[in-house]
Design a protein around this ligand. Structure first.
Ligand code: C5P
Length: 228
């Protein structure tokens, strides 16, 4: 089966302290967004890329990929969840949908294969994730630079993307989460709140989200290494 993927790219990337949103920073002369989209489009089970962009995005139209026949641009929203919602509301018959961060160009096809297998396994969907390796500290609410306690890191995971869910359920879960005012930082949080079982599929930790300036060099390193 073929699946569509929503790639929310309407963020402004404040944490990067760059002159442009992080998805438009370049590695080897190509933007992160192009690396991410080309990587997805070269997978045999990916159909269309639905791309929520900032309504006044000044960068995208200048890229070759803007004319790709399988890239479908839509208007993004205020928060990531609004952008994903806008992508979900484009018409399409496929019962499942992937969501993948524009700023994660280093996804391996072998990890994507493991995630896509969930659709054949009678599940309610899931996400790529990696187990937490560092010891995790919870800060005090009123003294945010001091430790309240150490969290048990056993069973703690980093949530990565892609995230992969039945489309109708994700749409309802996001609408309910947004109207309840919940803090939805990924699709899985909306699905959890709606009571679905979200499967954790262990993926490679090289699937980083380029967030801070130093991440760009690391992404370049992983892109150079990538074979599958
Ligand atoms: O800010 P953060 O790194 O969590 O953003 C994750 C992804 O969501 C990025 O690809 C960003 O462009 C996207 N996003 C969006 N619409 C927003 C905010 C973020 O599509 N309003």
């Amino acid at each position: 089966p073929i699946f569509d993927v929503i790639v929310p790219a309407a963020g402004v990337g404040k944490r990067m302290r760059a002159d442009r949103p992080k998805q438009y920073l370049t590695i080897h002369g190509q933007t992160l967004l192009e690396h991410t989209l080309n990587n997805l489009l070269s997978h045999p089970q990916i159909g269309r890329v639905i791309l929520p962009l900032h309504p006044s995005d000044p960068y995208f139209d200048a890229l070759d990929i803007a004319h790709h026949p399988r890239v479908h641009r839509v208007a993004g929203g205020k928060e990531r969840a609004d952008s994903v919602l806008s992508g979900l509301q484009t018409d399409d018959s496929s019962p499942w949908i992937l969501v993948h961060d524009a700023a994660r160009p280093c996804l391996k096809h072998s990890d994507l294969n493991k995630l896509l297998a969930l659709a054949e396994q009678g599940t309610e969907g899931g996400i790529l994730a990696t187990p937490v390796r560092d010891t995790m500290k919870r800060a005090k609410t009123h003294m945010p630079n001091t430790v309240s306690h150490t969290e048990d890191r056993d069973g703690l995971w980093h949530a990565l993307t892609p995230q992969f869910f039945p489309k109708a359920q994700l749409l309802t879960a996001l609408l309910n989460g947004l109207s309840a005012g919940s803090n939805i930082t990924d699709e899985a949080s909306a699905m959890e709140q709606a009571g679905f079982t979200v499967n954790l599929i262990e993926g490679c930790s090289s699937n980083i989200k380029v967030t801070r300036p130093e991440d760009l060099a690391l992404a370049e390193f992983y892109l150079n290494q990538r074979t599958s």
